[in-house]
Design a protein around this ligand. Structure first.
Ligand code: GLA
Length: 433
């Protein structure tokens, strides 16, 4: 090898920490069937909602026609209960022929023709969680190759019906097998969720090397209790989890249930905001055919999406828990900007929370604040106290610009510059030029 090439390769191997497929440099976004549609296979009585190719075609149509794709929601992911109960004569998985008469390649083409991607589901073990054929160790290569042959773009590998040592072999083997197909396939591992989600049982540096994202914790359900339980677990363990995340390697607190039945609008904004703070994958599990305009506008909010998709990929943290039940979350963003979320655990009335950026440890300077959900912009000095009104189980979310060290003011009369000064960090005019 030429020396320069060798050095280049060496440099690459040093800076490449995540699964080396180049995918998902920002958290993946799209739609996933499970939470809303579960294992509904009753296409005779429930044709609109059963797990069938029609459901994924319907969602693909909505994603591409209702403005979702342009915002980044490109994955259309099949979850459990898609397959036939038997493998084919060659030992390959096959879709249920009644519910997926066109086969998976046809669905993949349908997605690709519309600038979307197709995801599929399997299970490291004897059966999937829903009782369909699993991928035992001897089936890993053939299944990876089957998905690649079908044109699949993402694969979720669940962990029902296997033990810790099978998982320890199976998850890395599947990573290798997917890479060996030569097709870029985003790899979602449920492994940590089956091992309690925490070290020493879970090795997050290894996960970052073999998976693009991973479920750390239990399944989300369509209720505020469930969302809050997930929020609590992720932020209680934020030291471990934030260190594990970065471009190409994401913690996955599970699907967005915004647009379903269990969350109020305030709770929906809370889920969206905190998923953005966590740099979480954004997979909606809802009915895009009938979603309300309120839920849609939360899910399509450009500023919250851009915070979620920030290229630095740093997972944010809870920085304050007040006795009042107000909590403050923070995520550093590129260009020296940041995101703040003020969240209320209260159940009484909108709480008027008073603080300042300085009290939240911001460096001195003047900032521009964009309120993510009202669209209002304000200027704010670090030392100036402000009040945010936070609804019960709701949030206020801010995008905070980089600090402008000082505020240059210039005075003109008749087009002539009379003088200028800078504000100091307390907003007091001091430094005259
Ligand atoms: C597990 C997973 C869920 C879903 C179901 C399917 O519970 O955690 O996300 O995939 O299996 O059976």
């Amino acid at each position: 090898m030429h020396l320069a090439v060798l050095l280049f390769a060496l440099a690459l191997s040093v800076v490449t920490f995540a699964l080396d497929n180049g995918l998902m440099r920002t958290p993946p976004m799209g739609w996933l069937a499970w939470e809303r549609y579960r294992c509904d296979i009753d296409c005779t009585n429930d044709p609109k909602n059963c797990i069938s190719e029609n459901l994924f075609i319907d969602m693909a149509d909505r994603l591409s026609e209702d403005g979702w794709r342009e915002l980044g929601y490109v994955y259309v992911n099949i979850d459990d209960c898609w397959s036939s109960k038997k493998r084919d004569e060659e030992g390959r998985l096959q879709p249920d022929p009644k519910r997926f008469p066109g086969g998976i390649p046809k669905l993949a083409r349908y997605m690709h023709d519309r600038g979307l991607k197709l995801g599929i589901y399997g299970d490291m073990g004897t059966y999937t969680c829903g009782g369909y054929p699993g991928t035992t160790l001897d089936k890993i290569e053939i299944d990876a190759q089957t998905f690649a042959d079908w044109g699949v773009d993402m694969f979720k590998f669940d962990g029902c019906y296997s033990n810790a040592s099978e998982q320890e072999q199976g998850y890395p083997l599947m990573s290798k097998a997917l890479n060996a197909t030569g097709r870029p396939i985003g790899y979602s591992c449920s492994w940590p969720a089956y091992q309690g989600g925490l070290p020493p049982k879970v090795n997050y540096s290894q996960l970052g090397e073999i998976c693009n994202l991973w479920r750390n914790y239990g399944d989300i359900e369509d209720s505020w209790d469930s969302v809050l339980n997930i929020i609590d677990w992720f932020f209680e363990n934020q030291d471990v989890l934030s260190a594990a995340a970065g471009p190409g390697r994401w913690n996955d607190p599970d699907m967005l249930v915004i647009g379903d039945f269990g969350l109020s609008m305030d709770q929906s904004r809370a889920q969206m905001s905190l998923w953005a703070i966590m740099a979480a994958p954004l997979f909606m599990s809802n009915d895009l055919r009938t979603i309300s305009s309120g839920a849609r506008s939360i899910l399509q909010n450009k500023m919250v999406i851009s915070i979620n998709q920030d290229p630095l990929g740093i997972q944010g943290r809870r920085i304050l828990k007040e006795k009042s039940g107000i909590e403050v979350f923070w995520r550093p963003l590129s260009d020296n900007a940041s995101a703040l979320v003020f969240f209320s655990r209260r159940h009484d009335m909108p709480y008027r929370y008073q603080t300042s950026l300085k009290k939240l440890s911001y460096p001195s300077g003047s900032y521009t604040i964009f309120d993510v959900f009202t669209g209002k912009t304000t200027a704010l000095k670090d030392s100036t106290d402000f009040v945010v009104s936070v609804n019960p189980t709701g949030v206020v979310m801010w995008y905070v610009s980089a600090p402008a060290k000082m505020n240059l003011r210039q005075f003109y009369r008749g087009g002539r510059l009379l003088g200028s000064y800078h504000d100091d960090e307390n907003g007091i005019p001091r430094v005259f030029l």
